[in-house]
Design a protein around this ligand. Structure first.
Ligand SMILES: C[S@@+](CC[C@H](N)C(=O)[O-])C[C@H]1O[C@@H](n2cnc3c(N)ncnc32)[C@H](O)[C@@H]1O
Length: 245
C-alpha cells in the first residue's frame, strides 16, 4: 500500500481546532496501509472510551518496573486543553521529567504494536514527542519506495512518516522514538500538535482527556479522504468511522 506523502494526498488537518483555536497548520501522520485487524486475544473486553486495556498482570508488571501508583492522587494538575496554555513550557516539563518513562510498547488489538501508559496522565499533559529524521519530500518519496520494496522487509508492513508542514516529513522508520507506535483511533485520547522550540519544529501528542494506566495511547491520523482505496480501521471505538481515510 502507498503512503500519502504528496501534498495533494494529504488531508490538511488542524489539531488546534480540537483544542479550541482557529489557527490552521498542515500536518498529519503520513501513512496508508490496508490491514485485516486482529483477534482480541490477550485483551480484556472492558473498553475505556475507545482505549484499550492490557491484561492486569502485565499492567502490574509495568507499574512494578516504573514504581507508579494507579491513581492520579498527588500528581500535578495540568491545564485544560480548552484553556490556552504554553505548549513550550509543557514540552520543557516533559523533557525535564522524562515523561516517556511511563510509556510501554506492547501488542495492540488495533494493529501490531501500540503504545501504552503505565500511569495516569492528566488531560492537557504532553504524552510523547514524535521523534525521527526530518527529511524533505523528495527524500521521503525515495525512502518510501525503498521501504516498500523488498529490500527493507522489516519496514514493509508499517510506515512511520509524520508530515510536519508542506515540505517536511519526520521519518521514524530507522531512527525514531516510541511515538511511532501510536495507533489511530476514531475516538482518540490524544491530539497531535506541531510546536516550535528554539526555531525547530516538534511534533507532540497532548492528552485530550484523562488517560488511565493500561490504556493504549491513540490519536486521529486524519488521513486524506480522497486517497484511492479505503483503508479499514480497527480502532474498535464506539464511533469508529470504519475507514482511516
Ligand atoms: C505508525 S504505525 C503504528 C504502529 C504500528 N501498530 C506498529 O506496530 O508498527 C501506523 C500503521 O499502523 C496501522 N494502524 C494504526 N492504526 C490503525 C487502525 N486504527 N486500524 C488499522 N490499522 C491501523 C496502519 O497500518 C498504519 O499505517
Amino acid at each position: 500500500m502507498l503512503h500519502t506523502i504528496e501534498p495533494r494526498c494529504l488531508f490538511i488537518y488542524d489539531p488546534l481546532d480540537e483544542i479550541g483555536s482557529q489557527e490552521r497548520k498542515e500536518f498529519t501522520c503520513a501513512r496508508v496501509e490496508g490491514y485485516k485487524g486482529r483477534r482480541w486475544d490477550g485483551f480484556q473486553n472492558n473498553q475505556c472510551q475507545g482505549g484499550c486495556l492490557v491484561p492486569e498482570e502485565q499492567l502490574n508488571a509495568w507499574i512494578h518496573i516504573n514504581g507508579q501508583k494507579l491513581c492520579s492522587q498527588g500528581l500535578p494538575k495540568f491545564p485544560d486543553l480548552d484553556i490556552e496554555h504554553d505548549c513550550r513550557k509543557e514540552y520543557a516539563r516533559y523533557k525535564q521529567a522524562k515523561g516517556w518513562k511511563h510509556l510501554v510498547v506492547y501488542k495492540s488489538r488495533i494493529h501490531a504494536l501500540g503504545l501504552y501508559t503505565s500511569r495516569f496522565i492528566s488531560r492537557g499533559e504532553m504524552v510523547v514527542e514524535y521523534i525521527g529524521e526530518i527529511v524533505g519530500l523528495r527524500v521521503a518519496d525515495k525512502r518510501e519506495k525503498e521501504y516498500q520494496s523488498g529490500r527493507k522487509l522489516q519496514y514493509k508492513s508499517a510506515c512511520y512518516f509524520f508530515r510536519i508542514d508542506k515540505e517536511h516529513i519526520i521519518d521514524a522508520t530507522r531512527k525514531g522514538g516510541i511515538a511511532r507506535f501510536v495507533n489511530h483511533s476514531c475516538l482518540p485520547n490524544c491530539v497531535a500538535k506541531v510546536i516550535t522550540v528554539r526555531h525547530e519544529k516538534k511534533v507532540v501528542f497532548l492528552a485530550e482527556r484523562d488517560i488511565f494506566p493500561g490504556e493504549e495511547i491513540t490519536y486521529d491520523y486524519h488521513f486524506n479522504h480522497e486517497d484511492e482505496g479505503k483503508i479499514p480501521c480497527y480502532c474498535y471505538s464506539k464511533n469508529c468511522r470504519r475507514y482511516m481515510n
